[in-house]
Design a binder for this molecule. Structure first.
Ligand code: NAD
Length: 543
């Protein structure tokens, strides 16, 4: 993703470009921090000033360049952050390694009590944090609050784990021997997160890494630093209250350089990376080169299949949320709609009507369903995708335009878009992180499953059907090849209790629920001989 860090000359260029499209916007508007002043109460309550230090390793500092957090509604600066340097990352790694030596000695139920305090601190700040997510990332307020709630939920889940995580007692073939499986912390988990879930992705990792006894170091997206500052400030307070070293939850904001330092450093035993497939591939190779562990949560190209026996009304409501929610900027956003030809016209007709009702606008305003894209470069990606669709013979059924009139012209607003394409076109093969939903027809259910699977990515998938035979085929060995396989619900909006992640170029990682916690641990197989004899396995007699 292209960075939104603006230096002074690019600010001037952006201002000049904006002046061409708007008489209202003056150069001073961008530098005036008026967004800060407008939302001062929330920002101050979360400890965010107009200028901030972007590194926390037990103390707040930062010796890297100054980064500006931009409001996607109007491209004004919200606040500035002095980011971390490679040296700051190096020091923070030392600090978190030392702190983890204390944390790993806590019993797991004791760790649970610390997680409970973190959970309560977040829950008490649910609304301001949700508002900050909406302001900085651009998703609508209910989704911003929902994202923070997801972190609260994962902390609840981790608290439960603190009383239930268990290993196995394995039958030994040797008399007087016990075989036990142990799960101990890996050490340090490095979390590199994407812009689109600036709180929840860290939450999934922090809660589970923490309950399993790891220290955590976070390198957030360079375009959502304020969310990471607010969360780290809350965690710092809890850790201090619990007499724990606050560097257990360290933070280093910045771009590729500090991310690369984290990825290459052996002190980060596990790298949990969430982002694009292109960057994730490099990260995976780098971590593998040093025999570190990694969890890769990468891009998706998610499809919804609608069969002839589906509840079309319910399907159309779900598709709207899946394709337009978060302005198409969820990893689980539905990008392809595969419809049995006999119900295609009916479903697409309903969708066009539903799309007309979608209000695009400021994500903090009531009634808005579609906020802006996060960056100007995302708007360019949207425009390029429209050109490609037309060049490859696809049709635009609805939308297909950047909003260039009125107040919204200052921001990164686009029309949610429906297309008509065929499955063999290149445009349906890649993830473009914008609200474009490609619709296509199928004849047989086998053909629909093939279309679902015939892309490089494998994150989320859904079928809408009332036929049990189709449901069981879909979830079986010849069904969807994705990590998330849904029936009669959208591709997005996963619950935290299941393992979250995808196959193929989505990276193969799993986070949050089920037994994902095991990835944050080193597994020990311990055989304990209490027999006083030395019988060997497989009956071997050695001397
Ligand atoms: P991105 O790949 O541009 O950036 C992700 C993170 O990687 C950022 O923090 C960035 O600074 C860092 N980074 C960039 N280069 C690096 C390097 N060489 N070494 C280490 N770190 C580096 O992704 P983005 O645009 O922020 O996010 C959108 C993408 O994330 C989409 O593809 C989306 O599908 C994906 N995503 C996936 C999931 C999932 O769970 N599968 C969840 C959310 C987002």
């Amino acid at each position: 993703m292209a960075s939104r860090i603006l230096n002074r000359s690019s600010l001037l260029a952006a201002t000049n470009a904006a002046l061409k499209t708007s008489k209202v916007l003056k150069p001073t508007t961008i530098r005036s921090l008026s967004t800060y002043d407008k939302h001062k109460d929330v920002l101050e309550a979360l400890g965010i000033s107009k200028q901030n230090k972007g590194v926390f390793d037990g103390e707040w500092k930062g010796s890297g360049s100054v980064m500006q957090s931009i409001n996607p509604v109007n491209n004004e600066v919200i606040a500035e952050v002095t980011t971390g340097s490679v040296q700051d990352m190096d020091t923070a790694l030392d600090k978190v390694v030392e702190a983890q030596k204390i944390w790993r000695e806590y019993t797991i139920p004791q760790r649970g009590q610390v997680l409970l305090a973190m959970r309560n601190a977040l829950a008490a700040n649910l609304q301001p944090l949700g508002k900050l997510v909406a302001l900085e990332m651009g998703k609508i307020l209910p989704e911003g609050v929902g994202e923070v709630q997801e972190y609260v939920d994962v902390l609840d889940y981790a608290l439960g784990l603190s009383r239930s995580m268990s290993g196995s007692f394995i039958p030994s073939e040797r008399p007087g021997h016990a075989m036990i499986e142990t799960w101990n912390p890996l050490g340090v988990t490095g979390v590199i997160s994407a812009f689109n879930f600036p709180v929840a992705v860290y939450g999934w990792n922090q809660a589970i890494a923490f309950v399993t006894g790891n220290g955590v170091i976070w390198k957030p997206s360079p375009t959502t630093p304020l969310c990471s500052l607010a969360i780290t400030t809350l965690l710092e307070k809890v850790l201090r209250e619990q007499n724990l070293p606050p560097s257990l939850c360290s933070l280093v904001t910045g771009g590729t350089e500090v991310g690369h330092k984290l990825v290459t450093d052996k002190r980060a035993n596990l790298i949990s990376f969430t982002g694009s497939t292109a960057v994730g591939k490099k990260v995976g190779i780098t971590v593998q080169e040093r025999f570190g562990k990694h969890i890769l949560e990468l891009g998706g190209n998610n499809a919804i299949i609608v069969t002839e026996d589906a509840d079309i009304e319910m399907a159309s409501r779900a598709i709207l949320f899946a394709a337009v929610g978060t302005a198409g900027q969820r990893c689980t956003t539905a990008r392809r709609l595969i419809v049995q030809e006999s119900v295609y016209d009916k479903l697409v007709g309903k969708l066009k009507e539903a799309y007309k009702q979608v209000k695009v606008g400021d994500p903090l305003d009531q009634g808005i369903l579609c906020g802006p894209l996060h960056t100007k470069s995302a708007v360019e990606a949207y425009e390029k995708a429209l050109k490609d669709i037309k060049a490859q013979g696809g049709d635009i059924l609805y939308g297909g335009a950047v909003i260039k009139d009125g107040e919204l012209a200052k921001g990164n607003f686009v029309m949610p878009t429906l297309t008509s394409v065929t499955a063999d076109m290149d445009v349906v093969k890649n993830e473009v992180f914008v609200p474009i939903l490609h619709t296509m027809k199928y004849k047989t259910f086998d053909e629909a499953i093939h279309m679902n699977n015939n892309v490089a990515q494998g994150l989320s998938s859904s079928v809408f059907t009332s036929d049990p035979a189709k449901i069981f085929k879909w979830i079986g060995p010849a069904g969807s090849d994705c990590g998330i396989i849904n029936v009669n619900i959208p591709t997005n909006g996963a619950e935290i209790g299941g393992a979250f992640g995808g196959e193929k170029e989505t990276g193969g990682g799993r986070e949050s629920g089920s037994d994902s916690w095991k990835q944050y641990c080193r597994r020990g197989t311990c055989t304990i001989n209490y027999s006083g004899q030395l019988p060997l396995a497989q009956g071997i007699n050695f001397g």
